[in-house]
Design a protein around this ligand. Structure first.
Ligand code: MG
Length: 395
């Protein structure tokens, strides 16, 4: 078994070795596997954008709602101002008749659904709801409302605490399609904390390229696990697959019960690979387009550097990893030939002084050869290999 002190020593040595060799923890060029026909980025690619910083919020308790993360769009926070984000769904532009009570937005039966002013697409949606304290009715008649994603896909809101109903109509079901995996509800009157990840179906030229998915957590318990959509859902009728709009208002259902909502916010999700996103498994066409874009950006970066420096030429060589470019290839070849020719006459001490630089250049060209970006006999590569081998620097 590896002891903690050994492991800490190993990490310290590994970290030092990485920094000496230029393998920063953020990754280095000429390091992980090169881009291919479906991945525009190399493995551990330092050109890949850093994730945006988001300040996390706080979790809700039964007594009080939590705070949304910094990049969330707040749809309702208990204030009258945020109620103005919601309109009646009965008449175009009419304010909702739903009311705020104790910081929650309460459905006024028969006033109709409410919908957001904002059109919302793929999103992470956070929403909390509470069924009336005194349970009335049973099955679908008790504490019924609904979270209608894009106004057309209902994630059920229902008081199923000691209240059985048909499984595909349970709270947190994708209504009429898929029951929740478990019933993780709190008693009526208490707020249920629901987190939804929604990806709408994607169609191209009439063909489905992605069915769309819904993932739901109820009070922190996973209840829908990336459930594939089967189209819009509804009462009694089987869903029929079909395209969704790109964005549409979120609706909350008036099913005749004074269900309360609080702490509603969403975060827009980035596009999937199938709709222009650059993470995930991309089509060959999208991959090559992105690779050309990355290469152009690296060449522009290299153009700002002092062309006489090794760093500038390595940056230029790096662009070849993403796109073959005859002019760049020739520039790199000329420079590499001159670089190696400059090493040959050096006295051992002079060469030793350049060890780190030589190693970094060697690592770059060995990478380019390994991934067949340049041929093994490129420029002065053979002489370079020999020189480095003699010095014992190839590892
Ligand atoms: Mg409902």
């Amino acid at each position: 078994m590896i002891s903690l002190s050994y492991w800490l020593r190993f990490c310290a040595v590994a970290s030092l070795a990485c920094s000496v060799l230029g393998f920063a923890s953020t990754g280095s060029p000429f390091y992980g596997d090169a881009p291919d026909r479906h991945h525009p980025w190399a493995v551990h690619d330092q050109n890949r954008p850093q994730p945006a910083v988001v300040t996390p919020g706080t979790f809700s308790s039964a007594e009080q709602p939590g705070k949304p993360p910094s990049d969330a769009v707040v749809l309702f926070d208990g204030t009258q101002d945020s109620l103005a984000n919601w309109l009646s769904d009965k008449k175009e532009g009419e304010p909702t008749k739903w009311v705020i009570r104790d910081g929650a937005m309460e459905c006024v039966p028969k006033s109709g659904y409410v919908r957001t002013r904002q059109a919302i697409g793929d999103c992470q949606l956070h929403i909390e709801w509470a069924a009336p304290v005194k349970p009335q009715g049973d099955s679908q008649g008790r504490g019924n409302s609904g979270i209608f994603l894009m106004g057309i896909l209902e994630v059920q809101v229902l008081d199923n605490y000691n209240n059985p109903t048909y499984a595909d109509g349970f709270a947190c079901s994708v209504y009429s399609v898929n029951p929740p995996m478990v019933n993780a509800l709190r008693p009526p009157g208490e707020f249920q904390v629901v987190d939804i990840v929604f990806r709408r179906p994607l169609y191209r030229e009439g063909q489905a390229v992605d069915p769309g998915y819904v993932t739901v957590f109820c009070n922190g318990v996973l209840v829908q696990d990336h459930t594939a959509l089967e189209g819009q859902n509804g009462h009694m009728k089987r869903s029929v697959p079909g395209p969704f709009p790109d964005k549409a208002p979120l609706k909350l259902q008036d099913h005749g019960n004074p269900v309360r909502y609080r702490n509603i916010w969403y975060r827009e999700l980035p596009p999937r690979a199938a709709e222009g996103g650059t993470d995930g498994l991309l089509s060959e066409e999208a991959t090559m387009a992105k690779r050309r874009e990355i290469a152009a950006s690296i060449r522009a970066d290299a153009a700002k550097m002092d062309a006489k420096t090794t760093a500038a030429m390595l940056r230029l060589a790096e662009s070849l990893v993403y796109e073959q470019d005859a002019v760049t290839l020739e520039q790199v070849k000329v420079w590499q030939t001159q670089f190696v020719a400059g090493l040959t006459p050096l006295a051992p001490a002079e060469l030793k002084a350049k060890e780190a630089e030589v190693k970094s250049v060697f690592r770059a060209f060995r990478f380019l050869v390994k991934f067949k970006i340049i041929p093994a006999d490129f420029g002065a590569q053979e002489a370079f290999d020999n020189l480095v081998k003699i010095q014992g620097w190839e590892k």
